[in-house]
Design a protein around this ligand. Structure first.
Ligand code: SAH
Ligand code: MG
Length: 195
């Protein structure tokens, strides 16, 4: 992969305030992916393709990433970026709302990375659990949402998002078939292993 192009993509995304995965979060995900060596990854929230490109390095030979994005401009930019870096054979973008696309997918994934609308995390989890392999990992970015999720403050504007993120945390910590760690990297990362 073309690392120089990847660095340019990252800088442009940061300048344009596109919420790409933060460096410390990426470091943790890299470790998880090194351990799992996934054949197949599902990502919800492509943006301009930065995280998908980063993750593609850790795929098994012949492995693939499916990633979902609903914003047209971002999809077009992601396609160009994926092409430039030279990983187009490994990444498929599904264009549209993940809430509509997920129920149409019927694949088996080793890793699912959830990084889209926070109010939909419980639904994304349900769909991820339907398609994840045993011993697979479901990762959820922005799970602590600026600290709101673990605080008892309920008056801010993002109430629905916070409520749904809390529901996600409750489900992955209380479900006996899931082992979860919540890390304070970036905006919070939930790492759940499916037993
Ligand atoms: N994973 C990317 C960043 C994703 S930012 C990276 O780290 O490089 C979140 C993206 O999710 C945004 O581009 C937004 O348009 C998209 N998104 C949010 N809700 C969505 C939904 N319901 N369906 C599809 N895409 C969604
Ligand atoms: Mg994120």
């Amino acid at each position: 992969m073309n690392k120089k192009e990847l660095e340019k993509i990252k800088q442009k995304a940061l300048e344009e305030h596109i919420p790409i995965i933060m460096d410390d979060t990426l470091e943790v995900v890299d470790k998880v992916l090194t351990e799992v060596k996934p054949k197949r990854i599902l990502e919800i929230g492509t943006a301009v393709g930065y995280s998908a490109i980063c993750f593609s390095e850790y795929l098994q030979e012949g492995g693939k990433i499916d990633t979902i994005e609903r914003e047209k401009d971002r999809i077009e930019e992601a396609k160009r970026n994926i092409e430039k870096v030279g990983v187009a054979d490994k990444i498929t973008i599904y264009e549209g709302d993940a809430v509509e696309i997920l129920p149409t997918l019927n694949n088996q994934y080793d890793v699912v990375f959830i990084d889209a609308a926070k109010g939909k995390y419980p639904f994304f989890l349900k769909e991820a659990l339907r398609m994840i392999n045993k011993n697979g990992m479901i990762l959820a970015d922005n799970i602590l949402y600026k600290g709101y999720v673990m605080s008892d403050y309920n008056k801010h504007k993002q109430r629905t998002a916070v409520r749904n993120l809390r529901e996600y945390v409750k489900e992955v910590t209380e479900n006996p078939n899931i082992e979860t760690e919540i890390l304070e990297v970036g905006d919070g990362l939930a790492i759940s292993k499916i037993l």
